[in-house]
Design a protein around this ligand. Structure first.
Ligand SMILES: *Cc1c(COP(=O)(O)O)cnc(C)c1O
Length: 299
């Protein structure tokens, strides 16, 4: 199979060789890990008998932007349930609207019931809805990152770093490593969740995909040292990282995911005195968020 994104050599970082896997350049709607997952979800949708896609996410969601685009391309109805608490206009939400998605905003504690309700009502009037879990979570999303791992493994990296959120990206990468019994260290930098729960969600996803395996525990490294003030919260250090990575490598990062993870990676390399290694940073996307950040800077 053809690679969905390429790996580029960037230069030296903390005395290591740094490479980027440009998932942000997956050629579909500003790419990102949600595009890689979305392609597999819509393969299943295309093979089934569905007329409506329902999913969940905030107005910042890269996942919802991708799903709305893929649904619109098929002239399928798309319903997005989002939390009132995070519903301000962003470039992602503007694109969801442009794609004609119906956005239903409810208080976060009503999201679960609202999804059940909408699916029930759709079926009642004879519609055939397909529900995609928020963030593209689940075995299909995990499979997408097993495939990504297969694009990476020939390059023999010592370490792979990336932003870990719902953990599906990490679960797929770990399943790939275990599938081939490779030595690479896979380090998920949490952008929000704390341990032990954050790591447990990744472990659960791995077990759901491949069953129990004695090696899962040691292979699942979920670092929650660099979440700063929590999900979506930027700070001066993250901003500085984003600016310097853009200048030095010409690669745009955002403050919620990739900028935070990149900063966490550099701190992790320092803390563990890692030197002379071949390091891959997976750029998981979020380019519209880069522009939200940029707009905020000028305000
Ligand atoms: C969703 C997202 C992540 C986190 O991916 P998970 O599979 O949920 O861990 C990381 N980076 C970006 C840009 C994202 O949109």
């Amino acid at each position: 199979m053809k690679n969905l994104s390429s790996i580029i050599e960037a230069g030296i970082i903390n005395n290591n060789h740094l490479y980027f896997k440009r998932e942000d350049l997956i050629p579909y709607s500003f790419g990102g890990n949600k595009a890689r997952k979305g392609i597999l979800f819509f393969r299943e949708i295309d093979n089934g008998d569905y007329d409506t896609v329902v999913t969940y996410g905030s107005s910042h969601s890269n996942h919802c932007r991708i799903v709305a685009n893929m649904a619109a391309a098929r002239k399928m109805a798309c319903i997005i349930i989002g939390p009132d608490e995070v519903s301000e206009q962003t470039f992602n939400s503007q694109m969801m609207e442009l794609f004609g998605a119906e956005i239903i905003s409810v208080p976060v504690n009503q999201v679960h019931d609202t999804i059940e309700n909408i699916l029930f009502k759709l079926r009642l009037v004879g519609k055939k809805p397909y529900f995609i879990p928020g963030g593209g979570h689940g075995n299909i999303g995990t499979e997408a990152y097993v495939q990504c791992y297969e694009e990476i493994r020939k390059e023999h990296f010592d370490y792979i770093f990336f932003a870990s959120g719902t953990g599906t990206t990490q679960a797929g990468l770990v399943c790939g490593k275990l599938k081939y019994s490779d030595d690479v260290q896979i380090i998920g930098i949490s952008i929000a969740r704390k341990n032990p729960r954050g790591r447990q969600v990744v472990v659960d996803s791995i077990k759901e995909y491949m069953g129990w395996d004695a090696r899962i525990d040691a292979a699942t490294v979920f670092i929650d040292d660099y979440i700063g003030d929590g999900y979506g919260k930027e700070n001066a250090e993250i901003e500085k990282t984003i600016k310097s990575v853009l200048i030095q490598y010409g690669v745009p990062l955002d403050s919620t995911y990739t900028g935070k993870a990149f900063l966490g990676m550099t701190k992790y390399l320092d803390k563990h005195e890692i030197k002379g290694k071949k390091i891959l940073f997976i750029h998981t996307g979020g380019t519209p968020l880069f522009f939200d950040d940029l707009k905020k800077c000028e305000a």
